[in-house]
Design a protein around this ligand. Sequence first.
Ligand SMILES: C[S@@+](CC[C@H](N)C(=O)[O-])C[C@H]1O[C@@H](n2cnc3c(N)ncnc32)[C@H](O)[C@@H]1O
Length: 251
Amino acid sequence: MAEQPQKTTDFGFRTVARDEKQAMVADVFHSVAAKYDVMNDLMSLGIHRIWKRFTIDCSGVRRGQRVLDLAGGTGDLAAKFSGMVGEHGLVVLADINDSMLKVGRDKLRDRGIVGNISYVQANAEALPFPDNYFDCITIAFGLRNVTEKDKALRSMFRVLKPGGRLLVLEFSKPRLAPLNKAYNAYSFHVLPKIGALVVKDPDSYRYLAESIRMHPDQETLKDMMVNAGFDNVTYFNLTGGIVALHRGFKF
Ligand SMILES: C[S@@+](CC[C@H](N)C(=O)[O-])C[C@H]1O[C@@H](n2cnc3c(N)ncnc32)[C@H](O)[C@@H]1O
């Protein structure tokens, strides 16, 4: 008998209809967009900058190349790539959420980053770009919010050039039990309080903590990338596995 597609999925710890999740995720990011950057610094004590720096260092991006910063939000990675590809290269900052895109576009324009960067509202599951188009794709802290992750990974594979690489920076599973315990306490007790104080929205930050726990661990995500067609898939645990950077190539 043919396998029936699943009708439900996770939204944090809740089970919701698959076609509802996207709108619920959209509500989270519309709500946090204006304070997203300040919250990132507060919540991670600035460490997200080191994780992103490592991602840039692993990108191999050179002048003249085309880079897609998918689920790019407020554009931290896109801003760095813009300088790396130079005036003959192209950076596309794509995100499904217009509030996040707008904050990103305003921030980058204020910094004088213009010319080689374009902004596209797009769903990672169905990327509106030609086959074999980008030299490098990054998706930082975005994949866990996507409903159809396998479909999104296949879509990224399609638009990546042969020889290109995908970098997935995402929360993952801490390697050591004591770290996991401390991290759980922080995520479920401290994060929603910071969210309540700064954004007046503890629920969005509760979703953040829950969605991290529901996200595939290091080995599962690696298998998903292999199944989507990527070769030489490896990952690097950062900050004890709180975050992992997965890298895969299209040959
Ligand atoms: C936690 S933010 C990460 C922003 C940025 N990459 C960073 O690292 O700071 C997650 C982003 O994923 C975007 N997103 C969620 N689902 C998406 C989808 N299906 N397609 C594209 N972007 C999506 C959200 O709108 C949000 O801007």
